[in-house]
Design a protein around this ligand. Structure first.
Ligand SMILES: Cc1ncc(COP(=O)(O)O)c(C=O)c1O
Length: 355
């Protein structure tokens, strides 16, 4: 990553927790590394980031984040290659996106120099926590919270920008079947769907639980106005292959502009895969299924790169996809994970040395 020479404040943990961690059986996002990065915003300025031992925060019960959900976050990963070097995947896209999210929540933008230098130092200190090998990575969670005291329903003047990290293993959700939303919505035009704001996720848990009771693992969100168009799959962007044509919906105010989605579109273009970015109707997916033309559905996101969908439910009917060979999802997964783990050339400049 770019280095700006910020005079960071660094306090190392006196004792590492790493020996107590079983890296063979990690639950996603449960264990955190020895250090965190924190910068506070006051009087219109961000403080020089501190990298210090992972610890609890002390906040007033009246802090705005607890009352109005003024919070945004990111999800990114660091990878270690077989030579022990640590890499990030398109980290500046995450930096730019958290500032886009912050703007929507009336929060101040964070500084690029503080982000790059703070994250680099954090990863350097916690590099033992990143394991090489297929599927292993360090999940990185930057987030911003409104910390100002007082329950007035207005934007805060004080914030914290924090980064915490959690070692993760390869993500396999089992066979995924999704329910196409008929009633609930995640986001609407003019709303906050394009921002990675905590409230979008909190509001999706109840519909997701209902879908789980019906035997589905995820919800495919549809547009809030008509529920006729496909938007996203849970916390992933969605791709649908009809015949040999690959489709994904356009980004909009209600869809997160996924970094994996963007990467797959670029790869599809380079590999000469016939693809189209356009609104996708639920009815055309069902018709394609009936005609035997629905070959693949998969989610795309940082957690799993691509997550194949085995079947879906809509208006009380259940539809199964038949297993095919030479899946686009397998091709995309291999190309992206090889770039992330430094196993192949990176013609796009997506792989960036962490420190
Ligand atoms: C709602 C939503 N859509 C899509 C994505 C995929 O985005 P990315 O590929 O940047 O991880 C995510 C995960 O970050 C998400 O939370």
């Amino acid at each position: 990553m770019k280095s700006f020479g910020t005079p960071l404040k660094v306090e190392k943990a006196t004792q590492s927790k790493i020996e107590h961690v079983d890296f063979q059986s990690l639950s996603f996002g449960k264990v955190f590394t020895d250090h965190m990065m924190i910068s506070t915003y006051k009087n219109g300025e961000w403080s020089i980031p501190e990298v210090k031992p992972y610890q609890n925060l002390s906040l007033a019960p009246s802090a705005r984040v607890f009352h109005y959900g003024q919070e945004v976050f990111e999800g990114m990963k660091a990878y270690k290659d077989d030579a022990g070097k640590v890499w990030l995947f398109r980290p500046m896209d995450n930096f730019n996106r958290i500032n886009i999210s912050s703007e929507r929540l009336a929060m101040p933008a964070f500084r690029e120099d503080y982000f790059c230098d703070g994250l680099s130092k954090l990863l350097e200190l916690d590099q033992e926590w990143i394991k090489s090998g297929d599927g292993n990575s360090l999940y990185i969670r930057p987030f911003v919270i409104a910390t100002e005291e007082g329950v007035a329903a207005s934007p805060a003047n004080e914030y914290m920008f924090i980064i915490i990290c959690s070692p993760v293993q390869s993500y396999y959700a089992g066979e995924v079947r999704v329910k196409i939303a008929e009633k609930f919505s995640r986001a609407a035009q003019g709303g906050t769907g394009y921002a990675k704001a905590g409230g979008n996720y909190g509001g999706s848990f109840y519909p997701a639980l209902q879908a789980q009771k019906e035997g589905f693992q995820q919800i495919v969100w549809t547009d809030a106005n008509t529920h006729e168009y496909i938007e996203e799959a849970g916390t992933m962007n969605i791709f649908i292959r009809i015949g040999d044509k690959l489709l994904t919906g356009p980004t909009s105010e209600s869809i997160l502009d996924g970094i994996t989605r963007k990467s797959l579109i670029q790869i599809a273009e380079d590999k000469g895969i016939d693809f189209e970015v356009r609104p996708i109707k639920v009815s055309e997916v069902i018709e394609a299924h009936k005609a035997g033309e629905l070959k693949e559905m998969f989610g795309a996101g940082t957690a799993a790169v691509v997550s194949p969908i085995k079947g879906f439910g809509y208006k009380g009917e259940k539809y199964e996809l038949i297993e095919i060979e030479n899946k686009y999802s397998d091709l995309f997964k291999k190309i992206i994970t090889d770039i992330q783990q430094n196993k192949s050339e990176d013609p796009y400049g997506w792989r960036v040395a962490a420190f």
